[in-house]
Design a protein around this ligand. Sequence first.
Ligand code: PEP
Ligand code: MN
Length: 270
Amino acid sequence: MEELKYSGRREGVGTLPVRIGNIEVGRDFLLAAGPCSVESEEEILSTANAVAAAGANYLRGGVFKPRTSPYSFRGLGLEGLSMMRRAADSVGLPFGTEVLDPRDIETVSEYADAIHIGARNMQNFPLLIEAGRQNKPVILKRGLCATLSEWLLAAEYIMNEGNMRVILCERGVRGVDEFTRNTLDLAAVPMLHELSCLPVIVDPSHGTGRASLVAPMSLSAVAAGCDGLLIEVHPDPPHAMSDVSQQLNFSEFSALAEKIRRAEEFRRSL
Ligand code: PEP
Ligand code: MN
């Protein structure tokens, strides 16, 4: 593959940790949780409380939503950003949110602790370049059917602008099956750890599209060596404004967070 000037693994050097708030992702396990979309002050506040109490160390939530149909809920935009900041501050967690448009990136950087680049924008080069000019960590999700080389070269676009704080997020690729939304590629985790110095986290929510598969795939991702997980959690998933089938409710997330903690502890002991 082409030269990985910044993201490539160097002989004898392990994963280089990326700091978000006071978490060193790559050394500390990132447990990111929150709703697919920020819907209201109450929704994001109650979710922030629940995920923090369960042991999450990062709040996620979309305010600019990349929806397949323009007629679906597309997020609260700027209003959602300030709601997220308040919710995250109320529980002392850092938060991150997706940016779709390079023109919004500076505003998002002012509010958020990390920038997400979603699957649909993994090769949006102007967006990658703009993210590379920010002084914020970037969670770069794998493209809908991107190869690992394409994904790592997308990370190079960000790093080449001077921003070395990139975290890769495996979120499944388009597969052949009708029951799962995507095929979660867990082999990508150890493969990327061989190829790259960047931390690798896994999103089993978008990776499967089914709430019942989130726990088994989270634990499998821990076994595969991931540096963190990104999980969608909503107060009332059947009535969510997006991704109804894959979000966990508070008690499901709390039970899973405890299993993740134990699985991670076990993995470290191996
Ligand atoms: C998300 O995490 O909110 C999201 C839209 O995910 P993806 O870009 O992986 O589809
Ligand atoms: Mn979602």
